[in-house]
Ligand binder design. Structure first.
Ligand SMILES: [Zn+2]
Length: 282
């Protein structure tokens, strides 16, 4: 895991009708905190209200300065969506997005009145947001493309200056890389990540992530060939020599995500919780 970039301002106007607020929840996992985006001037769509913190919900309402029509979430991890229902209750906004999946730490309070599928549009006279379903980090993950700027809100699919955790079974490395490849083809002008600053060179950022994941995958495969028949836990030190031991638990989740991808690719097999490379590929 690399370090996040410099601290972000609490408020930024990124373009006319595109504003960003930083939620007060900085941590190792959230970097400077969760980014909340506001689209529109006369009518507002709020993307990722963040955790349910009164002070932050107040700031969203003050900053909006106009009726909030929609509250959207990119996904239902606890740092992205729990403010949605409070914000909707206080403003009458409609909650839209995809409900929490069964596995992992999810915000189960999030109850969208309208479920968004890939390609669905939210339109006002002022702006259009298009939902892009990007499973991988979370199975219900959506990105949102803002038509006017051709910028894409990426939630935790792409974040600035760090990598995200892919935690099976809801997190899926193969889906994650497939979603990155798809985002690459959208030719967006910039990415608005869930954590960190705007990314002005999307293809370069996406390629960096794909390369980084495939490099790690190559190390997983090399370790499988050298040490066949180990459990994921016992493989961790062979794959993550560069990671401090207190992070091994987290690394084990990522390793499992890589192993499951290799299994789906037909390159690895699991027998009684131990892993080996398939022989065809040796
Ligand atoms: Zn997340």
């Amino acid at each position: 895991m690399t370090a996040f970039g410099p601290e972000l301002p609490r408020f930024a106007e990124l373009a006319p009708g595109v504003r960003r607020l930083l939620a007060p929840n900085p941590s190792m996992m959230t970097g400077p905190g969760t980014n909340t985006y506001l689209f529109g001037v006369a009518e507002i769509a709020v993307v990722d209200p963040g955790p349910d913190i009164d002070e932050h919900i107040d700031r969203i309402i003050e900053t909006a300065g106009a009726p909030i029509r929609w509250v959207l979430a990119t996904h239902t991890h606890p740092d992205h969506s729990p403010g949605a229902m409070s914000l909707a209750a206080r403003t009458g906004a409609q909650v839209v997005g995809r409900p929490a999946p069964d596995h992992g730490p999810q915000d189960r309070t999030y109850r969208p009145a309208r479920i968004l599928n890939d390609g669905d549009m939210l339109e006002t006279g002022e702006f259009t947001l298009e939902a892009v379903h990007t499973p991988g980090h979370a199975s219900n993950h959506l990105c949102y493309r803002h038509a006017g700027t051709n910028w894409l809100v990426t939630g935790d699919q792409v974040i600035d200056g760090s990598t995200v955790v892919i935690n099976p079974p809801d997190g899926d490395m193969k889906d994650y890389i497939d979603s990155l490849r798809r985002l690459r083809t959208l030719n967006c002008a910039a990415l608005l990540p869930g954590h960190g600053d705007r990314i002005d060179d999307p293809v370069r950022a996406i390629d960096w992530i794909i390369d980084h994941r495939l490099e790690r995958e190559a190390r997983v495969l090399a370790a499988l060939k050298q040490h066949p028949g180990l459990s994921a836990r016992n493989l961790v030190p062979h794959v993550y020599q560069d990671v401090a031991e207190h992070l091994f638990r987290l690394a084990e989740r990522s390793l499992l995500a890589h192993l499951l991808k290799l299994q789906r690719d037909g390159i690895a097999v699991m027998r009684q919780d131990t892993w080996s490379a398939t022989h065809e590929r040796e």
